[in-house]
Structure formats: structure tokens, C-alpha cells
Design a protein around this ligand. Structure first.
Ligand code: ATP
Ligand code: MG
Length: 185
């Protein structure tokens, strides 16, 4: 976690010279989103960067809603800030059950940002090693093992190697630790 924080601080300090984003990986509750938001916030406040935070699952749901005839906003309009902002946080990549449409949507975003040389910060619970986890997506406890590459596809995983420096965080779940310490009700 200390190393993750150091990398984040360096990323912000050297932002003018950075040529890749960050891929923040780790199990749940180790502060991946916290770190990504802290970096985004620092870049916006200190460097005046225009940035967007985007929960990837929410984004997919918003796009799906736009397919309804009673929703005025189109998929293209929803994606504009995600494609064009100087910096984007895509939070919780892989949380959505992988389907061809989900992969295609991610590929579209990531390829566009790659071609435009825009910085992307990504967080995911999936890693390159595969611990047993609940793969049901709905808490029903269908356990299995899946890597990030299996979740998003080999080609996109490969693209992320090029686009992002990896930060792997390990440690206890902050939410459990804080609760056990009696800080939260
Ligand atoms: N340095 C910190 N100080 C205080 N609270 C923290 C810190 N880092 C994380 N937290 C808190 O711990 C909790 C878990 O952090 P966070 O949501 O960033 O984890 P995560 O790795 O993104 O989890 P998930 O995989 O479930 O998305 C949050 O409530 C967050 O506010
Ligand atoms: Mg998170």
C-alpha cells in the first residue's frame, strides 16, 4: 500500500511527463478507488486537468438505458466525456459479467483513448493471478477462478500493458478493518 501511494504521488508530481496511465489491481476494499480518486482530484486541483470519474458498471447501465426510445440521450453523447476528457478513471473494470457487448464497449473506449494518447486510470478486482472468487456477480456465491485477461479478453489485457503502469495492492479489506476497530457503526 505504501508503494502504491508512492507511485500515485510520483504520478501526480510528474504528470506533465507521464506517457501512460495506471492500472490499479487488488482484492476488494484495499483502497483502489480511493487511490484513483485521490490522483484524479490532485490532477484537477493542482494541474487544472479536466477529468472524469466513471464507474464502469454504471456507465454500461447508462448506455443500455439510452437504447430505450423514451431516453433522449444517445450512446455517443454519453461517451463524449469518457472519450474526450484529458484524464478518465474507469472504476471497477471487469465487475460486469463479460459479454461481447461489454468487451466491445470497453475496447471502443480504450482504443479511442489510446489513439488520442489520453491518460486512463483503471481499477479492477481481477488480477493476472486468479484467486478463487464469487463470479456470480449477484452475491449468490458461484465460486471460480478468473484472471483479468479472461474477464476482459487477451487483446485488451495486452493493450493495457502498453497503456498503463500497474499498481498491485494487497492487504486487508479497509471496510472490515475499520469496522473491527470500531470506527464505523
Ligand atoms: N487511506 C484511507 N484512509 C481512510 N479510509 C480509507 C483509505 N483508503 C480507503 N479508505 C476507505 O476504505 C474503504 C474501501 O476503499 P475503496 O472503496 O477505495 O476500496 P476498493 O479497493 O476500491 O474496493 P472495491 O474492490 O470493493 O471497489 C472506503 O470506504 C474508503 O473510503
Ligand atoms: Mg472500488
Amino acid at each position: 500500500m505504501k508503494l502504491a501511494k508512492k507511485t500515485a504521488v510520483q504520478f501526480v508530481e510528474n504528470y506533465a511527463r507521464v506517457d501512460c496511465g495506471l492500472l490499479i489491481l487488488g482484492p476488494c476494499g484495499v483502497a483502489k478507488t480511493h487511490l484513483a480518486v485521490a490522483i484524479l482530484r490532485a490532477l484537477v486541483l493542482r494541474h487544472g486537468v479536466a477529468g472524469v470519474f466513471c464507474d464502469f458498471r454504471e456507465l454500461l447501465k447508462t448506455i443500455q438505458r439510452s437504447f430505450r426510445p423514451d431516453i433522449a440521450m444517445t450512446e455517443a453523447e454519453i461517451l463524449v466525456p469518457v472519450l474526450k476528457s484529458e484524464i478518465v478513471v474507469l472504476d471497477d473494470l471487469g465487475a460486469e459479467r463479460p459479454s461481447q457487448w461489454v468487451r466491445d464497449t470497453f475496447a471502443y473506449i480504450i482504443n479511442h483513448r489510446y489513439n488520442q494518447k489520453r491518460t486512463t486510470l483503471i481499477t479492477s478486482n481481477f488480477s493476472d493471478r486468479a484467486p478463487a472468487r464469487d463470479l456470480s456477480g449477484d452475491g449468490t456465491g458461484v465460486f471460480g477462478e478468473e484472471t483479468l485477461a479472461e474477464r476482459i479478453g487477451e487483446r485488451l489485457r495486452s493493450r493495457l500493458y502498453e497503456m498503463c503502469k500497474e499498481i498491485s495492492i494487497s492487504g486487508p479489506d479497509f471496510r472490515v478493518a475499520v469496522k473491527s476497530a470500531g470506527i464505523l457503526e
